[in-house]
Ligand binder design. Structure first.
Ligand code: ADP
Length: 161
């Protein structure tokens, strides 16, 4: 039984994340998509909002669950009785930081493997921050995020304008 954790900020979930989730779910038995609470970051959406958007968007995937955590990722992985960390790679710039994190996590928890999935070409340019910028400037984000995320972004930026 392979249980995996896909951790991230998901502020908000994009079609790039979704693609990684759908593909990882066909490889592992159970996938837990876990929203990270990082007190040093100032996300647009609260932890609860980010997890709710994930839950709605992943409703059709039977072996995928959502969760949230704070603190060390490897502690959460052990707490969930999982043995795999899933991460996505877009560009060489992702590789540097992901490589470092994978090595640190391996040192902290030798029994846990990090599994990388390469982005698909159509999602290579997608990031939560660029989508927030496009949405805040009134651009069309329909092709970049699930419908629930689009609705929440439009609502959020309308209120702020
Ligand atoms: P973090 O703050 O942990 O990087 P993100 O929500 O930005 O959280 O990303 C979570 C994971 O998803 C990371 O491994 C990131 O590289 C990956 N990811 C983000 N966008 C894409 C994308 N468009 N294609 C593939 N992987 C992606």
């Amino acid at each position: 039984m392979h249980r995996a954790i896909y951790p991230g900020s998901f502020d908000p979930l994009t079609n790039g994340h979704l693609d990684i989730i759908v593909r990882a779910a066909t490889i592992v038995d159970e996938l837990i998509v876990a929203v990270v609470h990082n007190p040093n970051k100032h996300p647009l959406f609260t932890l609860e909002e980010r997890e709710a958007m994930l839950g709605e968007s992943l409703a059709g995937l039977n072996n995928v669950k959502t969760a949230h955590f704070s603190g060390l990722l490897v502690d959460f992985v052990k707490e969930m009785d999982a043995s795999i960390i899933v991460r996505g790679l877009r560009a060489v710039s992702d590789f540097e930081i992901e490589f470092q994190m994978a090595l640190v996590n391996k040192k902290l928890a030798p029994g846990v493997e990090t599994m990388f999935l390469m982005t698909t070409a159509e999602h290579a340019f997608l990031s939560s921050s660029s989508i927030k910028e496009i949405a805040s400037l009134g651009g069309d984000i329909s092709d970049f995020v699930p419908p629930v995320v689009k609705a929440r972004l439009l609502e959020r930026y309308k209120v702020k304008k």
